[in-house]
Design a protein around this ligand. Structure first.
Ligand SMILES: [Zn+2]
Length: 117
């Protein structure tokens, strides 16, 4: 009952699956993402400002920036959820995509990689 048959595995599992993550690492990762989010938001604002004063809109650029912001925001949301679930306890990282997962998760929520050993 491992569910391996449902997922095509491009890479073999490293021995022992994903590494475990300490509460400190979780906090660091969150702080880094929060910084990244703030920077991206600042850049997006600056970009919009530059376009506004030149009255030259590159909507594709704005959309690309917003998409990156959204990705970071989603990752941050996932981390916060994880911190609540686990209260800084034993979480791990997916051996396939490095996303964090809570203890007892059977599959990675990002790439559906099986996590049970
Ligand atoms: Zn994954």
């Amino acid at each position: 009952m491992r569910g391996r048959d449902y997922v095509a595995e491009p890479k073999p599992l490293p021995p022992g699956g994903g590494r475990s993550v300490t509460p400190d690492e979780l906090t660091d990762r969150r702080a880094r993402l929060e910084r990244e989010f703030a920077e991206l938001q600042f850049d997006l604002g600056g970009l919009a400002y530059e376009m506004a004063i030149r009255d030259h809109w590159r909507v594709d650029l704005l959309v690309r920036h917003a998409a990156r912001l959204q990705t970071v925001d989603a990752e941050l949301g996932g981390l916060e959820r994880l911190a609540r679930i686990d209260e800084g306890g034993a979480a791990g990282t997916c051996p396939n995509c490095d996303a964090l997962y809570p203890r007892g998760a059977a599959f990675c929520s990002q790439c559906a990689h099986p996590l049970m050993r």
